[in-house]
Design a protein around this ligand. Structure first.
Ligand code: CP
Length: 349
């Protein structure tokens, strides 16, 4: 596996489609026992501002399987509160600046993972979030990476969740024998009681485009994804022999689909507004935007994908999630193998 063109892994869009595909292939070689990379003596630090099961354990397990050690800390409860603002006068709730935090953790670690999504950070879930224009820059993560002396992995930010995207890419590779090119892949918005971040669907969309699928983004009017992601994902799909289109007609999208990936996210237009406004605007979408058996009947015996955690019988019915079509457990397992591949690639000379 060659060294990545980027020093950090903050967004799949920072890598070429060929690099993301190589990472997925390397992950599957590790999974099959065909590659025996060693990270003996290395140390991984993980910093979480938001809850996690898969990201935390898959990264720790990936490190351990290759001989490295890892630690995970939860910001604000197990640690100090961290400041990121340039020139901040720190007489409030924050005790340590990222300008010290990042280089200090770098002296202990060979990589540092950071999960910080303002949408689900402690205290912000029930309040107005800043505008999308503010959040899409991932200020904390990017400032942390600037001051880090070692590679930084984005464990989910406002904008991207590259490790989820890589796991989805590996899962597509695995399911279709290495050739998902031209398969009809539907990324479907789903109703959810909360307004979730766009990081995961962004990286899932890019991954499906990098796989060369014919990707259909199905979402209600007003719930599209970030414009830059759509433009760049479309270019990447074309370069891999695939395509990207958008529709607000879920039934039309599902016709002939070979992969259905469900995900919920909040609309950019409601960032900066009270959460109740978005909840009210999407109320009537609840019954239509769910993946159930009827929806799956329209497909070409499609596989079902979801990043987990998933709300049963809200995003997807039990009947679909528990069926042979569901890939969600394999997808979650692939988080570990793709994390392992990424850790190795970030240290390549
Ligand atoms: N898919 C995912 O990132 O899961 P966690 O939030 O549990 O880490």
């Amino acid at each position: 596996m060659a060294r990545l063109s980027s020093q950090h892994l903050l967004d799949l869009l920072d890598l070429s489609p060929e690099e993301t595909w190589s990472l997925a292939e390397q992950a599957l070689r590790l999974k099959r026992g065909e590659a025996r990379d060693s990270l003996e003596g290395r140390f991984l630090s993980l910093l979480f501002f938001n809850p996690s099961v898969r990201t935390r354990v898959s990264c720790e397990a990936a490190a351990a399987r290759l001989g490295a050690a890892a630690t995970a800390i939860t910001a604000g409860t197990e640690t100090w509160n961290f400041e990121v603002g340039e020139g901040a006068v720190m007489d409030g709730e924050t005790q340590e600046h990222v300008r010290e935090l990042a280089p200090v953790l770098s002296r202990y670690s060979d990589w540092i993972g950071v999960r910080r999504s303002e949408r689900i950070s402690v205290g912000l879930a029930q309040k107005e979030t800043p505008s999308w224009e503010t959040l899409r820059g991932d200020g904390f993560l990017r400032t942390f990476a600037k001051h880090s002396e070692v590679p930084v992995l984005n464990l989910e930010s406002n904008f991207a969740h590259p490790l989820q995207g890589l796991a989805d890419l590996a899962s597509l590779h695995e399911q279709f024998g290495g050739s998902p090119r031209g398969k009809r892949y539907v990324l479907s918005w789903a109703w959810h009681p909360k307004a979730l971040p766009m990081a995961t669907p962004h990286s899932q969309l890019v991954a499906a485009c990098d796989a060369g699928c014919d990707v259909v983004l199905a979402r209600p009017e007003g719930w599209s994804l970030d414009g830059e992601v759509l433009t760049r994902a479309s270019e990447r799909a074309a370069s891999r022999g695939g395509s990207l289109s958008e529709t607000s007609d879920l039934e039309e999208a599902l016709d002939g689909a070979q992969i259905v990936c469900a995900k919920s996210w909040g609309a950019t237009s409601f960032y900066g507004k009270p959460p109740a406004e978005e909840a009210s605007a999407k109320r009537e979408l609840r019954s239509r935007w769910i993946i159930d058996e009827q929806a799956m009947q329209r497909t070409q015996d499609a596989r079902f994908m979801h990043c987990l955690p998933v709300r049963r019988n809200v995003v997807v019915t039990d009947g679909v999630l528990d069926s042979r079509r569901s890939l969600v457990i394999d997808q979650a397992e692939n988080r570990m193998w793709t994390a392992a591949a990424a850790l190795c690639a970030l240290l390549e000379e």
